[in-house]
Design a protein around this ligand. Structure first.
Ligand SMILES: Nc1ncnc2c1ncn2[C@@H]1O[C@H](COP(=O)(O)OP(=O)(O)O)[C@@H](O)[C@H]1O
Ligand SMILES: [Mg+2]
Length: 298
């Protein structure tokens, strides 16, 4: 199979259509708040720690609205053209600097088509870049510099934002202009034990992991969220990772999942997932965490 055929075969029409999420507890509350914000014509933002489920919930919400869905994950490297669009040089060769040679960016597509735009990791974006969205949010018109023209934003256009709390590394304070336009801010934390258990179980579908073993994973992970030595704790992604790794190792070796296996998995996964406060030694901390929660360091 050459790569052209490979691309044709693997092309995804709707990248938002992944499996259903667990919509209970804080996720249900947040979903309903987003729905009310949307129906009231107010833009909404989710704010919470890494791996709390912000992106998953936004995608689920956008999918349920059943409108075209576009998103950008912001960082220092995202430029206005990545939002608004730019000229394709080969098309310019053919059409000149005309609309035919212009490739709209995700924000332009969502704005003009009446879609939903997810501004993911909003506060990692550069202020100058974020400001390119302002007119579309408030005045319902969008300036496309490359075409030197204004365009009408569809009344159905909707924006949702997701971001980490501002104190997190790599984030900036949002400008008051942006903060003022996103009216409804909804907080997501790590879910409670029962909800996280369902989430992890959903992501371990093909393995028959006993709920008691999942409980032990969550016990261990939740410890990282309250330990004062920890700067950045383990997220839901770590819980899923530990459970899956242990389950797979048990499947391959035929040894049932036990504390030792969970400790091995946790060590491999938490090494990069957790950041400790300066001066703390990871190995020492891991040994004591694993011994405390699993009764063995692996
Ligand atoms: N309510 C949920 N139901 C199912 N899976 C979830 C849920 N919340 C989070 N997850 C899973 O947890 C992981 C982290 O979620 P994600 O949305 O990427 O976090 P964030 O955007 O807050 O960093 C992903 O694998 C996601 O699928
Ligand atoms: Mg995310």
């Amino acid at each position: 199979m050459d790569h052209v055929e490979l691309l044709a075969r693997t092309k995804v029409e709707d990248p938002g259509s992944e499996s259903e999420i667990v919509l209970e507890g804080q996720y249900k509350d947040a979903y309903e708040a987003m729905l009310d914000a949307h129906n009231a014509g107010l833009y909404a933002g989710l704010i919470g720690p890494v791996g709390a489920g912000k992106t998953a919930l936004c995608r689920k919400f956008a999918r349920d609205l059943n409108r075209p869905f576009e998103w950008v994950t912001f960082s220092d490297l995202v430029r206005p053209a990545n939002l608004v669009g730019s000229f394709d040089p080969t098309l310019v060769f053919k059409f000149g600097y005309a609309p035919e040679a212009f490739v709209p960016g995700p924000f332009t597509l969502a704005a003009l088509r009446g879609g939903v735009f997810l501004a993911n990791e909003l506060n990692r974006g550069d202020e100058y870049v974020l400001n390119t969205m302002l007119d579309a949010l408030e005045e319902r018109r969008l300036y496309v510099p490359a075409l030197r023209s204004w365009y009408r934003v569809s009344p159905d256009f909707y924006l949702i934002a997701a971001m980490n709390p501002t104190e997190n590394r790599g984030t900036r304070r949002l400008s008051s202009a942006i903060r003022d336009r996103i009216k409804v801010w909804i907080r997501l934390e790590y879910p409670n034990r029962a909800t996280e258990l369902k989430i992890v179980a959903q992501h371990c579908g093909e393995y028959a992991l006993a709920p008691a073993q999942l409980e032990r994973v969550l016990e261990l992970v939740s410890e990282t969220r309250t330990d004062p030595a920890v700067d950045a704790p383990a997220s839901i992604r770590s819980s899923i990772g530990i459970a899956r790794f242990a389950a797979e190792r048990a499947r391959r070796t035929g040894v049932p999942v036990d504390g030792k296996l969970l400790a091995q998995a946790a060590r491999l996964i938490l090494t990069e997932a957790v950041k400790l406060k300066p001066g703390r030694k990871l190995d020492v901390w891991l040994d004591s965490l694993l011994t405390k929660t699993l009764g063995t360091a692996g």
